[in-house]
Design a protein around this ligand. Structure first.
Ligand code: GLN
Length: 229
């Protein structure tokens, strides 16, 4: 055991959209290169350990999202202050912000790890998304399915800019980054469809990585990019 520790935060609540695949993608990309790696799931009732290297939060419906936001506690913030990397998707992204308002109009406190705020959009954003990233990786692809729209404050930068889809919804920006904390509306799972984004996150922990065979991922991306949907 040991090596790089990937902590999946409450996947039972924040796992509706298959984002647990982000953990599988990270573990695969480490182990295929001979780097030991371990995945840890935080279940309801357990506290979030602060000793992980990479933390993942996935998407979920409003009720699960509110429950998860109340359960996460201080462990994740301690990990961020120790320079851990975080990737949070959709509901997870909204939870990391300062506050989020659900589709019923109730406002909830977020964890304040990203300077962003979420309120309902006039209508749900559903469909394929293509994003030109602000981080040094290729075009990001995936799908979105959310009602919330997210406004960035001064401390957060966009993860990229949508060329297809809605993303943050209040401008053409998509997602956010602040230090080593990343938020996105991309499901896919995002790190399976965007292997260089996965490697970008991993390289923040382990340094430069050798290339690996991404034939499957390249074909999956080409299909997404050519799809007329
Ligand atoms: N419940 C949130 C919203 O509708 C997040 C949805 C999701 O995680 N896909 O905006």
């Amino acid at each position: 055991m040991g090596g790089v520790i990937v902590v999946n935060v409450l996947p039972r609540l924040l796992g509706t959209y298959g984002d647990v695949g982000n953990e599988l993608a990270l573990l695969h990309r480490l182990r295929a290169r001979g780097i030991p790696a371990e995945g840890v799931h935080v279940e309801p009732g357990e506290s979030v350990p602060d000793s992980g290297d990479i933390y993942l939060l996935g998407g979920g419906e409003d009720r699960a999202q509110v429950l998860a936001s109340r359960m996460i506690g201080a462990g994740l913030a301690r990990a961020v202050s120790r320079n851990a990397v975080v990737l949070a998707v959709c509901a997870g992204y909204q939870i990391l912000g300062t506050s989020f308002t659900d589709s019923g109009g109730a406002a909830h406190s977020g964890l304040g790890l990203l300077d962003v705020e979420t309120r309902p959009l006039p209508q749900r954003a559903v469909g394929e998304m293509v994003v030109e990233p602000a981080v040094p990786v290729g075009t990001l692809v995936g799908f979105e399915n959310h009602r919330g729209g997210t406004t960035l404050g001064a401390d957060a930068q966009p993860l990229g800019w949508v060329t297809k889809g809605v993303g943050n919804g209040v401008s053409s920006s998509e997602g956010a980054q602040q230090g080593r904390v990343f938020g996105t509306y991309l499901h896919g799972p995002a790190l399976a469809l965007n292997p260089d984004f996965a490697d970008h996150l991993l390289s923040l922990v382990v340094g430069d990585l050798p290339p690996m065979d991404d034939g499957y991922e390249v074909r999956a991306r080409a299909h997404r990019l050519s799809s007329p949907v």
